[in-house]
Write a protein that binds this ligand. Structure first.
Ligand code: ZN
Length: 285
C-alpha cells in the first residue's frame, strides 16, 4: 500500500497538501515525544530511583524512625507474610497483624523486670489474654525465672537486642549477628525456646538489621501505636492515645522494663476492659 501511494500523488497538488500535513503532524508528534522523554528523565534524579523504590515498597520508613515515631502500616504486610518467610528475610518489619475481626496485638518491651513484668502477666492472666514480650538480653540473663513466667503464661518471645543498642542497625553484620545471638542465648538458657520475633530498639530499623533478624529465623516486629508510655506522660494520656489510635489489626507498643513502669501497668489495667468494650481482642502472635 505504501508503494502505490506515491505514484498517485504527483498528479495532483491538491492531494500533496494532506500528505505534507500528515508528515508535519508526524514530525511534531515525534518531537513532542522526545521532549517529554527528556523532561521525564530530567526529573528522575530529583527523586532518586532508590528512594522511589523504597517508597513504593515501604522501605522509606526505615530511614530514621525514632521511638516517638509512629510507623504506619505498609501495604501488604501482615503477620502471615512475615511469619511465612522461611527462605528469605521479610522485606520490612511487621507493623500490623493479618488476623481479622477485632484482633489487635499487645507488645511489651525492655523487660523482663521483677517489679513490673509480674504485674503485667497477672493482668493478662485475669483477662485470659496473651502478649508478646520483647526482651533485652541482659535482663533475660539476670531474671531467667521471669522469662519462664512469660512463657508459662502462653506469651510470645521477642529478641530486643542484648543491651538495647539503639544504633545496632548501623554496626557491622558481624556485630549485629553477635548481639542477636547473645540475646537468643539468654532467652534459650532460661526457657529452651528461641524467640520468634525481633524488634529494633526505638524502631531504628535498617535493611542490615532486618536481614540479620530474618537469617536468624525471626520476624522483624514493629508497631502501629506508640502511646509513649516510656516517657511517662500520665495514665490518662497513655489510655487516651491508645484508645484513639488503636484499631483492629494494630500492634500496641508498651513497656514493662527499663525504668519506672507504674504508669504502664496502671494504663494496662484500664485498657484491657476498655478494649473489650470496643470489641478489640488482643491475640497472641
Ligand atoms: Zn525498647
Amino acid at each position: 500500500m505504501s508503494g502505490r501511494l506515491p505514484s498517485r500523488v504527483p498528479s495532483s497538488t491538491v492531494r500533496r497538501r494532506p500528505l505534507l500535513l500528515i508528515v508535519v503532524v508526524l514530525m511534531a508528534t515525534v518531537l513532542a515525544g522526545n521532549l517529554m522523554a527528556v523532561s521525564a528523565s530530567s526529573r528522575r534524579p530529583a527523586h532518586g530511583p532508590a528512594k522511589a523504590r523504597a517508597a513504593a515498597t515501604g522501605h522509606a520508613r526505615l530511614a530514621a524512625p525514632t521511638e516517638s515515631a509512629r510507623p504506619v502500616r505498609p501495604g501488604g504486610l501482615s503477620h502471615q507474610s512475615g511469619a511465612a518467610g522461611g527462605d528469605a528475610a521479610p522485606p520490612a518489619p511487621m507493623f500490623t497483624i493479618g488476623a481479622g475481626g477485632g484482633a489487635v496485638a499487645l507488645t511489651f518491651d525492655d523487660g523482663p523486670d521483677p517489679r513490673f513484668t509480674p504485674q503485667v502477666l497477672a493482668l493478662l492472666a485475669t483477662y485470659h489474654l496473651h502478649a508478646t514480650f520483647c526482651m533485652v538480653g541482659i535482663h533475660a540473663r539476670e531474671y531467667p525465672w521471669l522469662v519462664r513466667a512469660v512463657v508459662a503464661g502462653g506469651n510470645s518471645l521477642c529478641n530486643h537486642t542484648y543491651s538495647h543498642d539503639e544504633h545496632l542497625g548501623r554496626r557491622t553484620p558481624a556485630q549485629i549477628a553477635a548481639d542477636l545471638r547473645d540475646t537468643d542465648d539468654a532467652i534459650v538458657a532460661a526457657t529452651g525456646r528461641r524467640p520468634r520475633f525481633f524488634r529494633a530498639p526505638a524502631g531504628n530499623w535498617t535493611p542490615t538489621l532486618i536481614s540479620a533478624a530474618g537469617s536468624d529465623g525471626m520476624v522483624p516486629l514493629g508497631w502501629s501505636v506508640d502511646p509513649r508510655d516510656w516517657a511517662r506522660p500520665g495514665v490518662p494520656s497513655i489510655v487516651g492515645t491508645t484508645l484513639a489510635e488503636l484499631h483492629p489489626g494494630g500492634i500496641l507498643l508498651m513497656h514493662d522494663g527499663f525504668g519506672h513502669r507504674e504508669e504502664s501497668v496502671a494504663a494496662l489495667r484500664l485498657l484491657l476492659p476498655a478494649l473489650a468494650a470496643r470489641r478489640m481482642h488482643p491475640v497472641p502472635l
